[in-house]
Design a protein around this ligand. Structure first.
Ligand SMILES: Nc1ncnc2c1ncn2[C@@H]1O[C@H](COP(=O)(O)OP(=O)(O)OP(=O)(O)O)[C@@H](O)[C@H]1O
Ligand SMILES: [Mg+2]
Length: 377
């Protein structure tokens, strides 16, 4: 079979942009393969990755450069079968030739050349990997352990201390009463904090049912605009055709309430605006830490604000408990969010720069048989 011709020249008269030069300017490796798996184009970043010139690489079969059992090849098959674009996050590619890399991969079909696909490999750092999908699980685990510890080791002695203070109060001199009251009030405060932590301990398993995510967001919106966010403008950008989520209504309300509360607290007093968005994202799959499994998390909810952004120094630990930049914050909001999203089999990520911060929550939908959608092993 002859080599397919890839149109790499701009067809607009008067504007001569060489598409190959554009691809060469990109930092991410881009590879085009034909229906037989042979490389027909590779950009400059691709030459660097595969340690060869385009002249040498073009004409080689991609599976001579990458292990045949790489998840990339099943992605390519899928794209050919469906004729759509698919993204996969967190794929490791490793060979002696290219070394060890961690990529977000995007594979798209070339409509005009049947069987041909374009592969874009977006390098991700290990820190990014941890931020993107592992942090919240790790954070949730450490919070779970801490919650159980607090309940046993702190709450019980505290009730003893409180009782003792109460007894002392009955017999002590009136001048000392403020001190015993101080002990009581402070133990009450610590008890309340421990109670807040209690939700983290792994007690009752999550009760799931089909949940309409827009009902959850409407509830959150209503609570926010009548309370802590009454001075802000809200905008809703919803995809009304979304299928239900497999989850727990009350816990999801808690998640989005925490996110909207943070957004409200970050927003400027004047001109503050929060955007709530939902969308269905085909073909976005995530690696499950510790296994080869990939889950399909097509339902995306975004909470956007135009506040000052997340302080850079806390970003790597954002979902850990007790991480806060607020004088009276407990730093439990996002840890709780991460725990609940993790229990739902979803993921949360954020992007933040001054005047635009977004938290994106991706969740599994309910398949027709009532189980989680698209879980693969
Ligand atoms: N939308 C946002 N914009 C800017 N910073 C944010 C945003 N969301 C979270 N943060 C940062 O993340 C930190 C942790 O948030 P988290 O909700 O866990 O705790 P908190 O809001 O400080 O306290 P709590 O929620 O327990 O009252 C915040 O203190 C803030 O610095
Ligand atoms: Mg908060």
């Amino acid at each position: 079979m002859g080599k397919p011709v890839v149109a790499l020249h701009d067809p607009f008269p008067g504007v001569s942009v060489d598409a190959a030069a554009v691809l060469d300017a990109l930092a991410s490796p881009i590879v085009v393969i034909d229906a037989s798996g042979m490389i027909v184009h590779v950009n400059g970043a691709g030459e660097e990755l595969f340690k060869g010139s385009a002249a040498n690489l073009e004409g080689l079969a991609l599976d001579t450069l990458l292990p045949a059992d790489s998840p990339l090849f099943s992605l390519i098959e899928q794209v050919r079968a469906q004729g759509t674009a698919i993204s996969e996050y967190g794929v490791t590619l490793q060979t002696p030739r290219i070394g060890h890399h961690f990529f977000n991969i995007q594979v798209s079909a070339l409509a005009k050349l049947p069987g041909c696909v374009v592969i874009a490999l977006h390098q991700r750092s290990i820190a990014d990997k941890i931020n993107h999908q592992l942090t919240h699980r790790g954070a949730a685990r450490s919070v779970t352990a801490m919650a159980s510890m607090l309940a046993h080791e702190v709450k019980n002695p505290l009730s003893g201390i409180r009782g003792a203070a109460q007894l002392l109060e009955q017999n002590c001199a009136p001048d000392d009463r403020p001190l015993t009251r101080l002990i009581r009030d402070e133990t009450d405060r610590i008890c309340a904090l421990v109670d807040r932590m209690d939700v983290f301990s792994d007690g009752v398993p999550l009760r799931r049912e089909p949940v309409n995510i827009h009902q959850v967001l409407d509830r959150v919106h209503q609570l926010a605009r009548n309370g802590f966010a009454r001075h802000l403008r809200f905008q809703e950008d919803y995809d009304p055709s979304l299928p239900p989520v497999s989850g727990n209504h009350d816990q999801l309300v808690q998640v989005f309430l925490n996110l909207v509360k943070n957004a409200a607290e970050a927003s400027p007093k004047d001109g503050g605006e929060i955007v709530l968005s939902t969308a269905y994202r085909h073909g976005v799959r995530f690696a499950v830490p510790g296994s080869e499994a990939r889950v399909h998390l097509p339902l995306m909810v975004g909470i956007h604000d135009n506040g000052g952004g997340i302080p850079e120094d806390i970003q790597p630990h954002l979902f850990d408990p007790f991480v806060t930049s607020k004088p009276s914050g407990s730093g439990l909001g996002l840890a709780l969010v991460a725990k609940i999203i993790g229990d739902h089999g979803g993921v949360i990520e954020f992007d933040s720069r001054p005047r635009h911060t977004v938290f994106r929550v991706r969740l599994p939908t309910v398949a027709e048989n009532g189980t989680r959608d698209g879980e693969e092993t």
